[in-house]
Design a protein around this ligand. Structure first.
Ligand code: ARG
Length: 459
């Protein structure tokens, strides 16, 4: 098998160098895009009368056969042909003879690989968007289903104020919607057609790059050939969007892990999405959540690998750029899989109701409501805070919870307390009062569910 660039070489490549240089083991997954791009390029060459119609027909026929060989798992790749581009071109020559050599007119592998990864990534981003949409719908349904379920809200991982579980779930949904928007925005920069930039300078042939863009459904073509072949910003943007998605999943996973412990006892994962211990028979572990949390590091690492890859590359193409693919593919696969697994895990989990009694008796969740009550009695908030603090201290000392303090005791702490303070201590009334926009009052959350339902129906 002849090397396609062998002309100026007298010695053959060292076998170690061949192995070192080859990317075919991982870039073979780009075959369909490489072939589709080549077919569009070939049609354009014929349209611009750079090759003859009969030649184009032969080339396109051959490329079709190669696509079929790949689809059916019959295509034999060769490491010594380095990458996906040369494996395909070399096979084309075997199939249709020397006319195959005309395909590479007015292009280079430098612009070809950029085209391939842009086509690959826009498809994958669409898939990731579908996964995000699916998870968003799951969270919305869970929020609807659990609308009466109150949980302790935390700050500093200390019990803070009561919130609706639905409110908590929708907080995560907001994050995933931002992830969706970030990916859609990133898609604009992915969806730019680089082919025809050739090696770096453009080409002598009267090609029609806009026609290729139209055939391949790119809304824009790149404007500078040197930038085209060396730009990997879109990968870094994707890597960053992917890292943020993983960070969001990982935070949620951390909560699932905490909540499934007997200390929190707030969630039970389904058998389908948990695993056992090989030594401790009683255990049911939240492994999917832990694995997602763990894989987050990999995706961050991929982003840093891409940034580092680019940081001192002079224009234009450099072979270093071949190293962009493994981190890219790994992030794509990891994010897609993690979104799907998380969806399965959370959809099948059982949220355990925390009893009102437990909420009322542990953690003084409505202390802030008492301070707010005093503000209604015209006390500055800072003073109200102080008096409420004293009330809590009194409770701790006398081993009571807020609901157990009598009116007489309240009045002893401060004469500002009146009979109606009793209405402000209960968990339910605390919930109902959080009516500020974005607050956790039930009617707010119901309105948010409606808004999000419409948002998710949009195309
Ligand atoms: N396999 C190469 C890559 O992934 C394709 C471009 C190679 N270009 C070159 N001049 N060697 O970047």
């Amino acid at each position: 098998m002849k090397k396609l660039w062998g002309g100026r070489f007298q010695q053959s490549t060292d076998s170690l160098m061949e192995r070192f240089s080859a990317s075919i083991s991982y870039d073979r997954i780009l075959y369909a895009y490489d072939i589709e791009g080549s077919i569009a390029h070939c049609k354009m060459l014929a349209k611009c009368k750079i090759i003859k119609p009969a030649e184009a027909k032969k080339i396109i026929g051959g490329l079709g056969r190669i696509a079929k060989e790949f689809d059916e798992g019959r295509f034999e790749v060769h490491e010594r042909l380095e990458d996906i581009h040369m494996n395909i071109e070399s096979r084309l020559a075997e199939l249709i003879g020397p006319v195959a050599g005309k395909l590479h007119t007015a292009r280079s592998r430098n612009d070809q690989i950029c085209l391939d990864i842009r086509m690959y990534l826009r498809d994958e981003v669409d898939e990731i968007l579908l996964e995000i949409h699916r998870l968003a719908k799951t969270l919305l349904n869970l929020a609807k289903k659990n609308i009466d379920h109150i949980i302790p809200g935390y700050t500093h991982l200390q019990r803070a104020q009561p919130v609706l579980l639905s409110h908590h779930l929708l907080a995560h949904l907001e994050m995933f919607l931002r992830d969706r928007d970030r990916l859609k925005d990133c898609l604009k920069r992915i969806n730019v057609m680089p082919l025809g930039s050739a090696a770096l300078a453009g080409t002598n042939f009267p090609i029609d790059r806009h026609y290729v863009a139209k055939l391949l459904k790119f809304p824009a073509v790149s404007h500078n050939s040197m930038d085209s072949v060396s730009d990997r910003d879109f990968l870094i943007e994707f890597g960053s969007a992917a890292s943020i998605i993983m960070m969001h999943l990982s935070r949620f996973c951390e909560e699932v892990i905490l909540w499934s412990s007997s200390e929190f006892n707030m969630i039970e994962l389904s058998d389908a999405f948990s695993t056992g211990s090989s030594i401790m028979p009683q255990k049911k572990n939240p492994d999917p959540a832990e694995l997602i949390r763990g894989k987050t590091g990999r995706v961050y690492g991929n982003l840093v690998a891409l940034l580092t890859l680019m940081k001192s590359l002079p224009l234009a193409y450099n072979r270093d750029l071949q190293e962009d693919k493994e981190p890219l593919f790994d992030s794509v696969n990891t994010v897609k899989m993690c979104l799907a697994v998380f969806d399965g895990m959370i959809k099948s989990a059982k949220f355990k109701k925390v009893s009102l009694e437990k909420l009322q008796t542990e953690g003084f969740l409505t202390a802030t409501d008492i301070a707010d009550y005093l503000v209604l009695k015209d006390l500055p908030f800072r003073e109200a805070h102080e008096i409420t603090g004293k009330t809590v201290a009194y409770c701790v000392q006398s081993k009571k919870n807020l609901a157990e303090v009598s009116l007489a005791e309240f009045k002893k702490i401060s004469p500002r307390f009146k009979e109606d303070v009793m209405d402000h201590i209960s968990i339910e009334s605390s919930m109902d009062r959080k009516i500020s926009h974005g607050g956790t009052a039930r009617k707010n959350v119901v309105a948010q569910i409606e808004r999000l339902k419409k948002e998710l129906q949009k195309k």
